[in-house]
Design a protein. Sequence first.
Length: 278
Amino acid sequence: MLRKDYLYRIKSCLCHYFTARHSRGGGIHSPYLFEWVRFVARDTHRFYVWDEIEQLRNQLLHDSTEIVFTDLGVGKGRQTHRKISDIAHSSLASPRYAQLLFRLTNWLTTKKHEIANDAQHSGLQIVELGTSLGITTSYLAACDSNNHVVTFDGCPSVVSKAKEIWSRLGLQNIESVVGDIDDTLFIYAPAREIDVAFIDANHTCEATYRYFHFLVEHMHVKGVIVVDDIHYSNEMQTAWKKICAHPRVTCTMDFYQMGLVFFDPHYLRAHYRLRLPI
């Protein structure tokens, strides 16, 4: 990591820590979002599947097997030999943020059940950009087998390892698309409106905003886009600011590591900064 990037992250982390004023729901005007903060973001209950996923994460963190790694992000097209443990250390979302995604999908699944009010609920349509080793994908897929996760990644060897993880967890509701996301995403035609999208791919401003702009056109009005690493660099923070200013966006939540974007026109336009419970 360049020294300037390291100093930037320290500065942005401190800034977020001292300005995150809505962590307990105070100042959030929408009753729905206030409830979301209280019972999703601040929920401390554990789910049994988390332990299974974290056991597999731990195995990946200690796996010294080398694979051919194709970087189609910032290092466009570069191939190197990397240990699985190194990839796991550098690219996997931390447990508490991955578990936030689980609670988000679980919450939206419950709300969709309540609206549908029948046993024919078809589940959520979930899109992930950046499969990596499949741990975050597992959290997105595990809360309900009726949910359908489509995950995109450009590295075949990494996706192959991810599929082993999903098989060991018994997850059969994941569809993997392998190839350059700049090609595969823009020919993707969702079967129905997207409920949750998670962007953790090319960490440049141009690519991140382009992915966001495509996904916005396919989002359900109650859907949520989650953008990872929004303070990873000055460039990613610029992308986050552009996303917050998009005319379709009504509300955003900045958790430092991740940003959540809401589109419901009934929400008052607002941008909140929050901290997850430790």
